[in-house]
Design a protein around this ligand. Structure first.
Ligand SMILES: NC(=O)c1ccc[n+]([C@@H]2O[C@H](COP(=O)([O-])OP(=O)(O)OC[C@H]3O[C@@H](n4cnc5c(N)ncnc54)[C@H](O)[C@@H]3O)[C@@H](O)[C@H]2O)c1
Length: 314
């Protein structure tokens, strides 16, 4: 029998779809969604929901005890672009929420944790193509610094206290159910909405800025598959590199033009360009493929077809 799962930050871009998928897999009543704000109607009605601040240890502990939670997915965080505007708030949220779940596991109150890292852990001195799992990191953003520190703490809690924490470095994520929450790759979602609504888009990154990206279905599949893998197979307890496709805004626009030939794109880079310039262009995820059989399904054109089809349905 599935023991109850708690999702912190369930109303965000990833949390929403992860909650849907876990509920369809394990039953609505076994997946407790929580966030500091309410989510969409479907999410609120399909299972239990708690208003919960991921930085409040006692409040999380109460919910864990009440529902006898076994696994926690920590999806609450402040993302890269927003974190540059509110550095201390980002650091407090990203680190304190992680310490809360790590300490709850250390005290034996939960059995397993998923916590996402990001390609933002890499920095300007990292090899940009086929970025290896272990390489120079030196992140230069508030968000990247918090994710790198988080990775170190995850590995530390695993080695020192046996905490079963699992993590992937998500690339930029593309989805149609929920809008992204303030990251540097948000353009790759906004562009599809704009293509349908107005037929044109002004991109905040340069046309040739290539970044690693992933369709949400693949990201959710990776997350659940990692959580279901036998513990002894997982040789990486900081965070696994995770890849699927890499493209630049110009290539994305061309993919959209295969469906909407009159679609127009222009470029007006802003502060997010400097962030993107420090990130990898493509990712070597051979360890994830080897340790837990990771294999993505969506390339750029398949992503574009799915995005346009689902957004048109409204
Ligand atoms: N979306 C991406 O492209 C991407 C890429 C790499 C890594 N990630 C990571 O994945 C995780 C989820 O990202 P996302 O894109 O879903 O983010 P998001 O911004 O869309 O969602 C985050 C959610 O956390 C909630 N939240 C904020 N403060 C909270 C608090 N104190 N307590 C509880 N909930 C709180 C927000 O209300 C929001 O619903 C984050 O750790 C993020 O860093 C995301």
């Amino acid at each position: 029998m599935q023991k109850p799962i708690l999702i912190l930050g369930a109303c965000g871009q990833i949390g929403t779809e992860l909650t849907f998928e876990l509920r369809s897999k394990f039953g609505g009543e076994n997946v407790i969604a929580s966030d500091i704000r309410e989510g969409g109607e479907n999410l609120m009605q399909a299972g239990p929901f708690e208003l919960l601040d991921a930085t409040n240890y006692e409040a999380i502990e109460d919910v864990i005890m009440h529902y006898e939670i076994e696994e926690v997915y920590l999806m609450a965080a402040m993302l890269s672009a927003t974190a540059e505007k509110f550095p201390m708030r980002a650091w407090n949220l990203n680190m304190n929420s992680l310490f809360n779940v790590l300490n709850l596991a250390k005290e034996g109150k939960i059995g397993k944790i998923f916590w996402p890292s990001s390609i933002a852990v890499f920095g300007p001195n990292t090899p940009k193509e086929n970025t290896p799992q272990n390489t120079v990191m030196e992140p230069s953003t508030v968000y990247g610094i918090s994710k790198q520190a988080g990775e170190r703490w995850c590995e530390y809690y695993f080695k020192k206290f046996g905490v079963d924490v699992r993590s992937v470095r998500y690339p930029g994520l593309i989805s149609w159910k929920t809008m992204p929450g303030g990251g540097t790759t948000d353009y790759a979602v906004e562009i599809y909405h704009a293509a349908i609504e107005s037929g044109r888009y002004t991109c905040f990154l340069e046309k040739n800025t290539k970044l690693p990206m992933m369709f949400m279905d693949d990201a959710v599949k990776a997350t659940i598959s990692l959580m279901e893998s036998p513990s002894e197979k997982l040789g990486t307890r900081s965070s696994y590199n995770l890849g699927s496709m890499s493209f630049c805004p110009e290539e994305l626009a061309k993919s959209i033009q295969k469906h909407i030939p009159e679609f127009e794109i222009s470029y007006k880079p802003d502060f997010r360009q400097q962030i993107a310039d420090t990130w990898p262009k493509s990712i070597d995820d051979s360890l994830a493929r080897q340790d837990w059989n990771w294999s993505p399904e969506f390339d750029l054109d398949k992503t574009t077809s799915s995005m346009l089809e689902n957004l048109k349905k409204g």
